[in-house]
Structures are given as structure tokens and as C-alpha cells.
Design a protein around this ligand. Structure first.
Ligand code: MCN
Length: 792
């Protein structure tokens, strides 16, 4: 191995293709397909009285109009509940097309299939649905009151109630010298991938085979769900995720109604059918997250040591729970971050509202947890007059205490155990990067200039790389080209590059000879998906294991041919050679030819190999007995627990004394995701995450009115930060390898966004001198808060 690939900041292999318009996204496919469009509920809660499509059926180009009653068999049953949990006592999912009732604006009611989208949309306009409106539940307080119900058979709108307690919180709280209670509020937001959801299906009637493409984060999950719904053998369904223009969590759900309806329609009409979500649909019928009310009561001693932490969370889960209650479970279990709480109790209620459903969005419950914990640490510091970093470090779990078991159950039902981390070292690095100890001088100087500045901090720990498994298949062609397939999908994380780096390193081949495929069930039918920052740990480890198999086999075959011991061989730039005698060598392509029993191929490598190895000799089997032909390997990785990444962020903000405008002057990140495969990609991930976090902290909210209408369902009204609002991010890393996987890696894909709201709140609070307890915070909000505090 001459070139170190693993750990190198290599530019992304996929980018030349993607940035020059070479990407193939869902809507770039299927130009011959019919188009589907949907009549969606305009009401948040209503009974469907009548659907009259008589004016639409004759629209030229309409091929079919379908309502719930048209759906056969399992297509007509409720959509699956993907992650059941014992505390999810009242899980509810919707139907592919609404049956009798709608529970949020945007719920699909009628599907039109037509020759093109224009015709389909025109026909949708002509369909008259009569509704009988029902009382609407919007907002966590209304849901919590329980006077109006979203689902008649769910008392108090409580989908799930969960409590975990470690130690005797009441006793510790009663004995604590100091206690504080914080009431916190985080509004709903949502991910906004550039490309919305979409699905395109082709049915081969003669072979009884369905091929579908979906802009999904889990093509294997979609495949399995659709096969089950349409009652097709799994072997007859393929699902391919083409290039996916962002997912950020919303594309994990499988199947979305449209992912069932579009293939079903393709089978019914015998022609390809496609649907690509538009932006308004994304706002009102995909998924949101974040919305939570929180109450934290903390007991602590005179030195700021935590003694008792009692947290109550009310989580807005929207109208249905197709993805279970994973978000509040994550908030409640990962809220503790790098700290030892003394004793801990967390209780949450996941509540139905007549709003679009809630599923994980990058960070998945952790930004809320971090907000609760970090606001609490700041409050303790203020109460005791201590430096905010000092309070934090006094409560850190120390490296010598790793692995650390919080005594809680993680979302997968297993004990929540931190594998490694060095929180004091991270904090020391962060303080140095941001100049924590010099900030008082800077503040004095700013004040002298009439400026108000504040410094904020936020720390988090993030469970990443969750199981159950992921696989990697590696195959060396006779040309020396290395094909790598893993089943999870890519939405922009740079997997083509990082997985190639792993293979290049493990196998000793050149990056340019490695070609990675993701998300294609034909190439790798066993896979779970891309979420929970798991690809690097899961597929990365599986691919490394597969590559090691290939290497071992290549060395064995080459050793036999070169008549040396495998231990005397090395592989450099795709050539197997004798250590110290590099001219005695053969290319991996040649080894691939030798590994093939037929030993004939039609390319140069094959010719060279035949010359070298002689002609086909029936008496000398080219592969050992019981060994598979071909130079291939397949690794699977299935960890027993998640690996825990961590990070600490600090920001300097300036708040305008007159307009209350909030500017982020500096944003500093220390990030530890174990060993980094590609630091440049990790940094890009951190930048993207911080940008989303800035949106959540300062701009993004879902403005529902009392009747459940989303008033800002477009980019005209929903504010996302532009490049001009995202600060320059100063990032540095710590690498505390995970002892749990062969590469020492932890996940990085969500990290950036987790602490941002907490950090910005901390900094604004520091600038203004009064508590910041809700996010996002706009200049208007800050202005109101100033007035309220001035009025006492
Ligand atoms: N990486 C690395 N070294 C590490 C850890 C990660 O080089 N120690 C690299 C990985 O190899 C990968 C990237 O960083 O290229 C992110 O890795 P990982 O943390 O494993 O996350 P996933 O690849 O599983 O991606 C999922 C994660 C999630 S959960 C969301 S949400 C999210 C995110 O990634 N959505 C994204 N980043 C996104 N980035 C883009 N462009 N688009 C999305 O939709």
C-alpha cells in the first residue's frame, strides 16, 4: 500500500457528474410514463361525504381516477406502522387514499392518472369532494387538553406515554441545595430537500415483474413494503434509488402512500406511471419534526454538580405515527449529552394533532434534547455565578469512565452505552478555537462601540451507526475495475467517494478503479437504509470486511501462480507483487481471470493471464474446492450497539439594540466522529448540518392557523437561510476511535445541526441578559421579549 486513502481529504468522485448536470434524479426518468396527481384534503379534520369525479372523467388524456373504494386487497388496508414500540399503545397510520375521514390538510383523497401532469392536475381541479368538517386539534397545548380528539378512539390524543427513571429522582431533588425549573418550547420545522419525494413504476405484464424507482432513503424497505402491499413475490419487485437530491430524513418512511399507489396504477393500466412531488405537496403532505414543549426541573449542589434531572416532554406527532415514536424516544434518551445527571427521569407524551405527520428530520429529536440540556446548564451557571464551561466540565463523563452506561434503554431497546469520547479535550479545543477566555475583553470593546454581543455554547452526544446490519459486495473484474455495491442509498453524503476510499485502502487499488453503486436492490437486496448517520459505520465496515475477503483471496491465488507464500505478497495500485521484488507481479485483473474457472475472457488482462498461467487445465481446478469462482467478497456488519459521536459548538452573536436583528459573527465547531474516512466530506456534512440548524434557530417555523391550514407552505413564506445567513464555520476535529467497529468510525451526518438552537439561544441570552426559552427566535420575538423584560 503506497498511498493512504483512508483518512485523506479527497474531492468527491461523484461531484463532476453531479455539478455538470449529469445527475439522474427521479423526474429525469420515465419520459414515456403516465403522470399521477392527487386531490388532497383541504381540511385538517373532516368526514368525506361524497366524491364526484363526473366532470373529470371525460378530460382528454385522463386514464384513470381512483378513490379508496377502488383499491384492492392490502392496498386498501392502513399503511404499515414501521417501528412499533411497547409504549406506542395507540399507533395509527393512514390509508394510501383516505377512507371516510381526513386527518390533516394534504392527505391524499383521489389519485388521477393521465397522459401528463398538466392533464392530471386539471382533472384534479374538476373533482368535487364534499366534506363534513370536524373539530380540529392544532398545537401541543390543544392536543394536551384532550377536549377535541384527532382519532375518536385515542383518549387524550396520546399516541404513546413513556417513562424512564434512573435512580430516585424525587429523593435527590428533595435533598438538592438548589432547584430550577425551565419551560421550553421548540416549534415545528421540516427538511426541505431540493428534490421532493417521487416514484416511477414499470410493470412487465409478461414476466409479472415490477421495477420501481423511488427518491427514497431505503430502497430495500420500499421494495419489501410494495411487494407485500401488491401481493407480489419479493423476487418480482426491484427498487432502485437513482440520484436522490437530498433526503434529510423525510424519505425514510416506507412506503409513502404514493409509493404504493403509483406501482399499483402501473400494474392496473399496464403502462409506466410516475409521480414527482411538488413543493406545496412537500410542505403539506410529507412530514415535519421538532415541535415539542419541554419542562425541565433540575436539582444541583453549590458547585453546580447535577443531582437530579426531571424532564417532561410533550411531542407533536401529527396525525399518524407510521414511523412510530422514535423522535421523542431519541430526545428523552440522548438528552443527557456528555453529562452525568446524578439521577434522571424522563417522561414524554406523544400527541396527535390534525397536522401533517412527524417523522425524523436530521438530528431526529436530538436538537430538542440538546436544547433542554444546554439551556439547563446555562441556567445553573447563571444561578451560581459560574462560568458556563466550568459547570459543563464539572459534570462531564470522563474518558476514564468509558464505556459509560446511563442505565437507560436506547431506541433499539438495548442499553444506552457510550463507547468512547473525550469531552474535556473537546471543550478545551473549543474554548481555544473561539477564544472563550478572551471574550470578556471583546465584549467590553463592543459595548464601548455601542454593540451588544454574546457568546454561546452547546454540547451533545449522538448515537450513530445503529444496526441491524448492512452489507457490502466487492467484485474485481478481469480488467481490474472494482465494483462495489452496498444496499443503502445516497442523498448527497458522498458515499461514492468514501466507500471507494475504504476499498482502495483495504485492497490496494487506485481510487479511479473503484466504482460504487448504492440503493439498487438488484445489486444488493439485503440492506436497511441511510438514516441515523449510519452509512459510514454500517456499510463502511461491511465494505471493509468484504474488501478484506477479496484481498485475502487475491493473495492466495496470486501466491499459487507466482509460487510464493501469500505473506510475501503486497498489493499496490492494483498490482499484486512480491515484497522487495516488485517485478514479480501480476495485476488484480489477472488474478480475477485466474479465479474464474473458465479462464477465458476477451480482454487484454485475460490474454496476459492466459499467457502467464498457461491454457485451461482441466486437471488443475483454478479455485480451491468449495471456493466460489470470481474475485469477489461480501461482508456484512451487524453491531451489538450504536457508537456515540459527540461535538461542542460555540457562537458569537450580535443583536441590534434598535431593530433586534440577530447576526452570527462567529460559529465554531469541535467535532468527534471517531476516525474520519474523509475529513473534507465530514466537514461538508458539518457545514450542511449547521446551516440547517441556523434555519431552526432563527428562521424556520410551520405557521399553522387554528383550522390546521399551513399558512407558509411555500418558499415565499417559509424562511430558510441563504448562504448570506449561514456564517463561516470554523471547524476542528478530535478523533476518538470507536472500539466497536473495524475502522474506529462513528457517524457524522447529523451532527452539525444538533446543538445549533441551543448555542444560538445561549449566545442571545448572553448578549441580552434574559432567558431565551423558545426556538426559533426572530427579530420580532426578540423585540417582544425585550419589551416584556423591560416592563418587568
Ligand atoms: N464520514 C466520514 N468519516 C466518519 C463519519 C462519516 O468520512 N467518521 C462520511 C461518510 O462516509 C459519509 C458522510 O460522512 O460520506 C456522512 O456519514 P454518516 O454519518 O454515516 O451519515 P450517512 O451517510 O448515513 O447519512 C445520513 C445522514 C443523515 S441521518 C441525514 S438526515 C443527512 C445527512 O446524512 N441527510 C443528508 N447528510 C446529508 N447530506 C446531504 N447532502 N443530503 C442529505 O439528505
Amino acid at each position: 500500500m503506497t498511498t493512504q486513502m483512508f483518512g485523506a481529504p479527497i474531492k468527491r468522485k461523484e461531484d463532476p457528474r453531479l455539478v455538470t448536470g449529469g445527475g439522474r434524479y427521479l423526474d429525469d426518468l420515465g419520459h414515456d410514463a403516465l403522470a399521477a396527481a392527487f386531490v388532497r384534503s383541504p381540511h385538517a379534520h373532516a368526514r368525506i361525504v361524497d366524491i364526484d369525479a363526473s366532470d373529470a372523467v371525460d378530460v382528454e388524456g385522463v386514464v384513470g381516477i381512483y378513490v379508496h373504494e377502488d383499491l384492492p386487497g392490502r392496498v386498501a388496508e392502513p399503511l404499515p406502522l414501521l417501528i412499533p414500540h411497547p409504549t406506542l399503545t395507540h399507533g395509527r397510520t393512514g390509508y394510501a387514499l383516505a377512507k371516510d375521514e381526513v386527518n390533516h390538510v394534504g392527505e391524499p383523497v383521489v389519485m388521477v392518472v393521465a397522459t401528463d401532469r398538466y392533464v392530471a392536475e386539471d382533472a384534479c381541479q374538476r373533482i368535487r369532494v364534499t366534506y363534513d368538517q370536524l373539530p380540529v386539534v392544532v398545537g401541543i397545548e390543544t392536543a394536551r387538553d384532550g377536549e377535541q380528539l384527532v382519532h375518536d378512539d385515542v383518549p387524550g390524543n396520546v399516541a404513546a406515554h413513556m417513562l424512564q427513571e434512573v435512580g430516585d429522582v424525587d429523593a435527590a431533588m428533595a435533598a438538592a441545595p438548589h432547584t430550577l425549573t425551565l419551560d421550553l418550547d421548540i416549534e415545528r420545522s421540516a427538511c426541505m430537500p431540493m428534490e421532493g419525494r417521487g416514484v416511477y413504476a414499470r410493470w412487465d405484464r409478461d414476466r409479472g415483474e415490477l421495477r420501481m424507482y423511488s427518491s427514497t432513503q431505503t430502497s430495500t424497505g420500499v421494495r419489501a413494503a410494495v411487494a407485500a402491499k401488491l401481493d407480489l413475490p419479493l423476487a418480482k419487485v426491484e427498487c432502485i434509488a437513482p440520484d436522490v437530491g437530498g433526503g434529510f430524513g423525510v424519505k425514510i418512511v416506507h412506503p409513502w402512500p404514493e409509493e404504493v399507489l403509483v406501482p399499483w396504477a402501473a400494474m392496473l393500466v399496464g403502462r409506466p406511471v410516475k409521480w414527482a412531488e411538488d413543493r406545496r405537496e412537500h410542505f403539506i403532505s410529507a412530514a415535519h419534526e421538532r415541535g415539542q414543549l419541554q419542562q425541565v426541573t433540575v436539582g444541583f449542589d453549590d458547585d453546580g454538580h447535577l443531582l437530579a434531572l426531571d424532564v417532561k416532554l410533550w411531542h407533536d406527532n401529527g396525525a399518524y405515527t407510521p414511523y412510530g415514536i422514535i423522535v421523542p424516544i431519541i430526545t428523552s434518551t440522548q438528552l443527557l449529552g456528555p453529562y452525568k445527571p446524578g439521577t434522571y427521569r424522563c417522561e414524554f407524551w406523544s400527541l396527535y394533532t390534525n397536522t401533517v405527520l412527524v417523522t425524523p428530520y436530521r438530528g431526529a429529536g436530538r436538537p430538542q434534547g440538546c436544547f433542554a440540556m444546554e439551556r439547563t446548564m446555562d441556567a445553573i451557571a447563571d444561578e451560581l455565578g459560574l462560568d458556563r464551561t466550568e459547570v459543563r466540565s464539572r459534570n462531564f463523563i470522563l474518558p476514564s469512565e468509558m464505556p459509560w452506561d446511563h442505565g437507560l434503554l436506547f431506541q433499539d431497546g438495548r442499553p444506552l452505552k457510550y463507547d468512547s469520547g473525550d469531552f474535556p479535550a473537546s471543550l478545551a479545543k473549543l474554548k481555544q478555537l473561539v477564544g472563550w477566555d478572551d471574550f470578556a475583553d471583546y465584549r467590553r470593546q463592543a459595548e464601548a462601540e455601542g454593540r451588544k454581543v454574546g457568546l454561546g455554547i452547546g454540547c451533545y452526544v449522538e448515537g450513530t451507526g445503529v444496526g441491524p446490519y448492512e452489507g457490502g459486495h466487492i467484485q474485481v473484474e478481469t480488467s481490474g475495475r472494482v465494483n462495489v455495491a452496498t444496499g443503502l442509498t445516497s442523498q448527497g453524503q458522498g458515499h461514492e467517494t468514501v466507500f471507494a476510499q475504504i476499498v482502495a485502502q483495504e485492497l490496494g487499488v487506485r481510487m479511479e478503479d473503484v466504482f460504487v453503486t448504492t440503493g439498487d436492490t438488484r445489486k444488493m437486496p439485503y440492506a436497511v437504509g441511510t438514516f441515523a448517520s449510519r452509512a459510514a459505520v454500517m456499510s463502511g465496515s461491511a465494505i471493509a470486511l468484504g474488501a478484506r475477503q477479496v484481498r485475502e483471496k487475491a493473495l492466495r491465488i496470486a501466491a499459487d501462480a507466482l509460487e510464493v507464500s501469500p505473506d510475501d505478497l503486497e498489493i499496490v495500485d492494483g498490482t499484486v507483487r512480491v515484497k522487495g521484488a516488485p517485478t514479480t507481479s501480476m495485476s488484480l485483473g489477472t488474478v480475477s481471470v485466474l479465479s474464474n474457472p473458465l479462464r477465458y475472457a476477451f480482454d487484454e488482462a485475460a490474454k496476459a493471464a492466459t499467457q502467464f498461467a498457461g491454457t485451461f487445465d482441466p486437471d488443475k481446478p483454478p479455485v480451491a474446492e468449495g471456493e466460489e469462482p470470481g474475485l469477489e467478497g461480501k461482508g456484512f456488519y451487524s453491531p451489538t450497539q450504536a457508537t456515540f459521536a459527540n461535538g461542542m459548538h460555540a457562537a458569537v452573536v450580535e443583536t441590534d439594540p434598535v431593530t433586534a436583528e440577530i447576526k452570527i459573527l462567529r460559529y465554531c465547531v469541535i467535532h468527534d466522529c471517531g476516525t474520519m474516512i474523509n475529513p473534507m466530506i465530514v466537514e461538508g456534512q458539518v457545514h450542511g448540518g449547521v446551516a440547517q440548524g441556523v434555519g431552526g434557530a432563527l428562521y424556520e417555523r410551520m405557521a399553522y392557523d387554528e383550522s390546521g391550514q399551513l399558512l407558509n407552505a411555500s418558499f415565499m413564506d417559509f424562511l430558510m437561510p441563504y448562504a448570506s445567513e449561514v456564517p463561516t464555520i470554523e471547524a476542528d476535529h478530535l478523533e476518538t476511535p470507536s472500539p466497536l467497529n473495524p475502522l474506529g468510525i462513528k457517524g457524522a451526518g447529523e451532527a452539525g445541526c444538533i446543538p445549533v438552537s441551543a448555542v444560538i439561544a445561549s449566545a442571545i441570552e448572553d448578549a441580552e441578559g434574559f432567558p431565551i426559552t423558545r426556538m426559533p427566535i426572530s427579530p420580532n420575538d426578540l423585540w417582544d421579549l425585550r419589551r416584556r423584560h423591560a416592563d418587568g
